[in-house]
Design a protein around this ligand. Structure first.
Ligand code: AMP
Length: 416
C-alpha cells in the first residue's frame, strides 16, 4: 500500500515524498482512511509508530475540503498534548506535512510569556497544538474561541491523565461544540482511558498497533549490577571506552539529572540536563545541542524525555530504574527507531533489585546481566528504600498507579 491509495491529495503527497516516506506505517494505514471519513478514532499507538503523521495528514486533508470564514480567535483544529516537548514535535510535524497547504498553526504552552500566544490567536490560525493548563488559562481570558472547532485530537491521553490534566481537559471540552470529530491516541487502553473515551468519542473506530520495533528485536538490553556510589564512574567509563557519541541518560529526579550532568562535565564529557524545572529556552537549547552533537550526553527525567524524538538515537542508559515498569519501555523506546539497532543499558544497584524484577515481569522476559569485573557490587551493602519521595510504589501496571494529588501537581508543574 502506498500513500497515494489512501486518499491524500497532491500538496500532502509532495511533503510525504520530501520527507522520504515511501510506505505508510501500520497506524497510518489504519488511521488515515477512517479519519478522512470523519469518524472518531480511539487509537492505541506509542511514539515511534508514526502516529503523528497518522492524524496530521488526514487532518490537513479534511481541513482543505472546506474554507469557512473565520472570526478572530476562532480555530478549526486542536491537538492537546501532555508536555511542551510533545507539543513542539507535533507542531513541527504539522508544519512539515502542511508546508504546501495554506494552514497556519501555533503552539500554546506554559512556562513562556502568554502575550505572543494571545497575539497569534488574534491574528488567526486554523490549528492549535497546546498543553491543557495554559490553554485553559487562555480560554478563561477569552483569548481563544472554540465555536468553529471541527477536530479535537488528544495525543498521549494516558499521560495527560497521569499528569492530572483530566479536570482541565473536561473544562475545555465544555467550551467546544458537540458536533466535531475527536481522535484519542494513547499508549495503552487502561480502564481510565476507556472511561474518558466513552465520554468523548461517538461510535469510534478502535485501532491498535504494536510498535514495529518491539523491544526484543531491535533493542539490545543489558543490566550491569553496580554499587550506587560507583554508577557515575561506570557510566563515564562506558561512554569513554565504548565511544558512545550520543547517549540519553535517565535519572529519577530533576536534582539527580542536574547533579549527574555536572559530574559528567567535570569528568570531561559534554552533558546537559533536561527536566521540568528548566526554562523552555534551556530545554530547547539542551535538546538542539544534543541533536547537533555539541553535547554528548543528555540527562533527562521521564516526563521531560517523553516524546523526545531523535532519529537514530543509539544508546539509552537507565542510570536509575524507573518506579513504573511501563516507563522502562517508554525510555528504551527512544532508541532502536526506524529499523536501527539500539542499545539500552541499565545500571542497577542493590536498592533497585525489586524494581528490576517488576520490569522483567512487565516485559515478560529476563534482561541479560553483564558483569563488569572492576565494578562488581560490594556484597556487604544492603538494600535501602529508594529516596525520592515516591519510594518503590507503583511497581505494578500503570493502572495500579496511586492517584496522588501531590504528585500529579508536581507532574503538572513539570509539564507546564
Ligand atoms: P511518531 O510516532 O509520530 O513520533 O513518528 C516517529 C518517526 O517516524 C518520526 O521521526 C517520523 O518522521 C517517522 N515517520 C512517520 N511516518 C513515516 C513513514 N511512513 N515512513 C518512514 N518514517 C516515518
Amino acid at each position: 500500500m502506498s500513500f497515494t491509495t489512501l486518499g491524500l491529495s497532491e500538496p500532502l503527497l509532495k511533503s510525504i515524498a520530501q520527507e522520504g516516506y515511501t510506505e505508510p506505517t501500520p497506524i497510518q494505514k489504519q488511521a488515515i482512511s477512517v479519519v478522512l471519513e470523519g469518524r472518531d478514532v480511539l487509537a492505541a499507538a506509542q511514539t515511534g509508530t508514526g502516529k503523528t503523521a497518522g492524524f496530521t495528514l488526514p487532518l490537513l486533508e479534511n481541513l482543505a475540503k472546506t474554507s469557512p470564514t473565520m472570526k478572530p480567535k476562532q480555530i478549526r483544529a486542536l491537538v492537546l498534548t501532555p508536555t511542551r516537548e510533545l507539543a513542539a514535535q507535533v507542531a513541527e510535524s504539522v508544519k512539515t506535512y502542511g508546508k504546501h497547504t495554506p494552514f497556519k498553526s501555533t503552539m500554546i504552552f506554559g512556562g513562556v510569556g502568554i502575550n505572543p500566544q494571545l497575539a497569534a490567536l488574534r491574528k488567526g490560525v486554523e490549528i492549535v497544538i497546546a498543553t491543557p493548563g495554559r490553554l485553559l488559562d487562555i480560554a478563561g481570558q477569552k483569548g481563544i474561541d472554540f465555536s468553529a472547532l471541527e477536530v479535537l485530537i488528544l495525543d498521549e491521553a494516558d499521560r495527560m491523565l497521569d499528569m492530572g490534566f483530566i479536570h482541565d481537559i473536561k473544562k475545555l471540552m465544555k467550551m467546544m461544540p458537540q458536533k466535531r470529530q475527536t481522535l484519542l491516541f494513547s499508549a495503552t487502553f487502561s480502564p481510565e482511558i476507556k472511561k474518558l473515551a466513552s465520554g468523548l468519542l461517538h461510535s469510534p473506530i478502535t485501532i491498535e498497533v504494536a510498535r514495529e520495533n518491539t523491544t526484543a528485536e531491535q533493542i539490545s538490553q543489558v543490566v550491569h549490577h553496580v554499587d550506587k556510589s560507583r554508577k557515575r564512574e561506570l557510566l563515564s567509563q562506558l561512554i569513554k571506552t565504548k565511544q558512545w557519541e550520543q547517549v540519553l541518560v535517565f535519572t529519577r529526579t530533576k536534582h539527580g539529572a542536574n547533579r549527574l550532568s555536572k559530574q559528567l562535565e567535570e569528568s570531561g564529557i559534554k552533558a546537559s540536563a533536561i527536566h521540568g524545572n528548566k526554562s523552555q529556552g534551556a530545554r530547547t537549547k539542551a535538546l538542539s545541542d544534543f541533536k547537533n552533537r555539541t553535547v554528548r550526553v543528555l540527562v533527562a527525567t521521564d516526563i521531560a524525555a517523553r516524546g523526545i524524538d531523535i532519529d537514530q538515537l543509539p544508546h539509552v542508559v537507565n542510570y536509575e530504574l524507573p518506579n513504573v515498569p511501563e516507563d522502562y519501555v517508554h525510555r528504551i523506546g527512544r532508541t532502536g527507531r526506524a529499523g536501527m539497532k539500539g542499545e539500552a543499558v541499565s545500571l542497577v544497584c542493590v536498592d533497585e533489585h525489586k524494581l528490576l524484577h517488576g520490569i522483567e515481569k512487565f516485559i515478560g522476559s529476563k534482561i541479560e546481566k553483564v558483569d563488569i569485573e572492576a565494578f562488581r557490587p560490594d556484597p556487604s551493602i544492603k538494600a535501602e528504600p529508594i529516596q525520592n519521595g515516591r519510594g518503590a510504589r507503583g511497581q505494578g501496571s500503570r493502572n495500579k498507579r496511586p492517584h496522588n494529588g501531590g504528585r500529579n501537581r508536581n507532574r503538572q508543574a513539570a509539564a507546564r
